[in-house]
Write a protein that binds this ligand. Sequence first.
Ligand code: SF4
Length: 211
Amino acid sequence: MITKQEKAIEIYKRLIRDYPEAKCSLDYDKPFQLLVATQLSAQCTDVRVNIVTKPLFKKYKSIKAFANADLNELEQDIKSTGFYHNKAKNIIGTAIMILERYNGEVPPKLEELVTLPGVGRKTANVVLGDIFHVPSVIVDTHTKRLSNRIGLSKNQDPTKIEFDIMRVVPKDMWTIFSHLLVFHGRNICYARNPQCSLCVINDLCKFYRTN
Ligand code: SF4
């Protein structure tokens, strides 16, 4: 009988062979840009966000530029990512708070990041994992779906799923494991019609074995 920890490591080994390039799909050059891109990615695809941030980061070149942005103008700049009223308000609020409270630098701790407007654990973990290289489990729609299907978590709540994954995946693999689940969700384990017969981890998957 394979343990959950052994299963997680086997899943990692197989998925890393299929997706050696797995990483965050959002385009950015600076830490604050990843923070903004992740805020924009709520209820939106990374592809759409990358289309929007290309001109956005040319227009607003610094945290200060976002802090001084005109709210209505920023709303129009990010409109196609959806929920643009809240997103624009949160981005400006985040930029102001980083300038006032964190000396103009994106803070490197989870408990600090989640104090920023509109920044939850998912956004904070993206920044921690990809900017500061702090092992972090990122729970998005793909991670959630796959961890439920595979049997790594029975929970629906993202924070509970995050802790379930942390319990079974070795800490140094948390960030890459999250990216691998996202890549597998995009390529094989679709929300509708998962391609189970083509899936390299189907023998380890609870959904496949019980359907
Ligand atoms: S076997 Fe099917 S449900 Fe399970 S991870 Fe693979 S594609 Fe997803």
